[in-house]
Design a protein around this ligand. Structure first.
Ligand SMILES: C[S@@+](CC[C@H](N)C(=O)[O-])C[C@H]1O[C@@H](n2cnc3c(N)ncnc32)[C@H](O)[C@@H]1O
Length: 378
């Protein structure tokens, strides 16, 4: 399914930059879709930031202690400062935004929030979320020393940018536990969206996840609305059609794509079109390392049959053999509770390797579970 459904002359990047540069100074109510955050996390965040809340959901609810979190389009830094409290001193949070005024606002309070928290685990980096390899501040430094005065200079600057992407990427491959974003993906130009999803996939560790809150539309947004700078920068006309948003993650290689929250009443409507906030989660798979079918699962229901992201059909109540890497995936959230896990189901007990399957897959057994081969406790 194509993500490039747009065709208009709007300069999306200029429209978005101008709107958010102004909104960093002067709070703009029209950019706010009401969200209820956990109030205990707001206490240490300065009002300057809270007043400039341009989010539409709360992906920070889905991060955990000790994790490395990347917030795409971090704006004034509110989600980063909430996540910083959840991940704690052992975790870290990186906010990426390409807008100088927003970065200034977020960084202005970095020391204050860190002091109130008792540790400093947040940083803000300048980059475009569809190009998370390019460190725009390093490029800027180079351009000050090597100003562009001709097309040849410009070509050399491009070469330098490419070398930076390789030698010092803004966000390294496989380095992040959870990518969050709050109301930003819809602002990216349609022609950059395929790369945007590929970048989210690239920076996540295998097994890592994306938790994204964004605005989705009930149908395709007509071209005349897409050409409206105010509607685009206002998170409306760049909204993903809801079904396409889910498919975009699947097409980028994610599995376990799941809607976590979906506004019942639309945030706004234009004619028959409804625009609402949706929060989804999607996982980056672990690499497949083995192809034997030594393990099995039984799907508990309630559906009669379901199809997994690796295109295997599970019929309620039927035992199905699965590969090692797929089993490792199914033994974790969000699948685990829907399945009876049968590690080493196809290996005779006497022939099973020493140590339980949970040990070799580095998985903890489910609470109350007792399924290691040879175990007599069930
Ligand atoms: C609607 S605001 C959301 C800000 C923040 N996430 C929040 O919850 O308040 C969008 C933010 O994304 C940034 N942004 C938009 N497009 C971007 C892009 N392509 N790359 C990096 N940042 C972008 C804007 O500068 C702005 O700070």
């Amino acid at each position: 399914m194509s993500l490039e459904i747009r065709c208009c002359d709007l300069n999306v990047e200029a429209a978005v930059r101008d709107r958010y540069s102004a909104a960093a100074y002067q709070a703009e109510a029209a950019l706010c879709c009401p969200v209820s955050y956990d109030r205990k996390f707001l206490e240490i965040i300065p009002s300057d930031i809270l007043e400039r809340d341009y989010g539409c959901g709360d992906p920070s609810k889905h991060v955990r202690a000790g994790e490395t979190v990347l917030d795409l389009g971090s704006g004034g830094g509110k989600i980063c400062y909430i996540a910083a409290q959840v991940v704690g001193a052992a975790g870290r949070v990186i906010g990426v935004d390409c807008n100088d005024e927003m970065l200034n606002l977020a960084r202005k309070y970095q020391g204050v929030v860190g002091d109130r928290l008792g540790f400093h685990n947040v940083e803000f980096r300048k980059g475009k979320i569809q190009d998370l390899k390019l460190d725009l501040e390093r490029l800027e430094k180079h351009l000050i020393e090597n100003p562009v005065r001709s097309s040849s200079d410009w070509l050399r600057a491009e070469e330098y940018a490419n070398s930076l992407r390789v030698s010092a990427p803004l966000i390294a491959d496989n380095s992040v536990d959870v990518v969050v974003s709050n109301c930003v993906l819809n602002l990216v130009r349609s022609e950059d969206r395929r790369q945007l999803f590929a970048e989210i996939f690239r920076v996540l560790k295998p097994g890592g996840r994306a938790v994204i809150s964004d605005i989705v539309s009930s149908d395709d947004v007509p071209f005349e609305l897409q050409a409206d700078a105010k509607l685009w920068s206002g998170c409306i006309s760049g909204a993903f059609r809801e079904d396409r948003f889910l498919v975009a993650f699947e097409s980028a290689g994610f599995h376990g794509v799941e809607i976590l929250e979906r506004q019942v009443e639309p945030w706004t409507t234009i004619g028959p079109l409804e625009f609402r906030s949706l929060t989804l989660r999607a996982f980056k798979p672990q690499p497949v390392t083995a192809s034997d079918f030594r393990h099995a699962v039984v799907y508990r229901g309630p559906w009669k049959r379901v199809t997994t992201d690796f295109r295997q059909e599970l019929v309620r109540g039927e035992q199905v053999d699965v590969r090692e890497a797929e089993f490792a995936m199914l033994a974790q959230s969000p699948y685990r509770d829907q399945l009876v896990l049968l590690p080493n189901a196809n290996v005779e007990v006497g022939a099973a390797p020493s140590g339980s399957m949970f040990v070799s897959l580095n998985l903890a057994p489910e609470a109350g579970g007792c399924c290691s081969p040879g175990s007599k406790c069930c």
